[in-house]
Design a protein around this ligand. Structure first.
Ligand code: THU
Length: 147
C-alpha cells in the first residue's frame, strides 16, 4: 500500500514504474506486437494494474490504461492520483507510450485534470510526468452535463 491521498514521491513513482513494467509482460498483443503495461495509483494507496488485451476481431481490443481503470472502478474505487504507462514493440520499451484519446477520456471521467498525473516511463531513471489537463486540454467531462 502507498500513502493515502497525496501525489506520489520519487520512491512511489519507482514502484509504479516497476509495476507497469512487470504488468507489460502480461500483455496479450499477438496482432500488433505492441505491449503496454499500466499501474494506476488509487487515492487509498492501492495500485491497480492493467495490460492491453487484443482480439482476433480487432475492435474488442482494450488498452492497458482502461483495463486498470475498469478493474478499479468495478471494485468500487473511483478516486485516483496517478497512472504509470510503459509500452513498445521491443523486448523493453524504447520510447514513451502516450495514452490514446479514448483512454484520456476515461481518465477524465474519474480524475481531476489539474492534479491527476500521467507518468510515461521507459525505466526507473527515464520517465516524464504530465497532468491530465496537459494531455487533454479543454476537455469534456461529467460537469458539462450539469450546464
Ligand atoms: N494501446 C494501449 O494499450 N494503450 C494506449 O493508450 C495505446 C494503444 C494498445 C492497444 C493495442 O493492443 C496496441 O497498443 C496497439 O495499438
Amino acid at each position: 500500500m502507498m500513502n493515502e491521498g497525496t501525489a506520489p514521491d520519487k520512491k512511489q513513482i519507482e514502484t509504479l514504474i516497476d509495476t507497469a513494467l512487470e504488468q507489460r509482460s502480461l500483455a496479450y498483443a499477438p496482432y500488433s506486437g505492441y505491449r503496454v503495461g499500466a499501474a494506476l495509483l488509487a487515492s487509498d494507496g492501492k495500485i491497480y494494474t492493467g495490460c492491453n488485451i487484443e482480439n482476433a476481431a480487432y475492435t474488442p481490443t482494450i488498452c492497458a490504461e482502461r483495463t486498470a481503470f475498469f478493474k478499479a472502478v468495478s471494485e468500487g474505487v473511483r478516486d485516483f492520483e496517478a497512472i504509470c504507462i510503459t509500452g513498445g514493440s521491443g523486448e523493453t520499451p524504447a520510447g514513451y507510450s502516450a495514452p490514446c484519446g479514448v483512454c484520456r477520456q476515461v481518465m477524465r471521467e474519474f480524475c481531476d485534470p489539474q492534479t491527476f498525473l500521467i507518468i510515461l516511463a521507459i525505466g526507473r531513471e527515464n520517465y516524464d510526468m504530465y497532468t491530465l489537463e496537459q494531455l487533454l486540454p479543454m476537455s469534456f467531462g461529467p460537469e458539462n452535463l450539469d450546464l
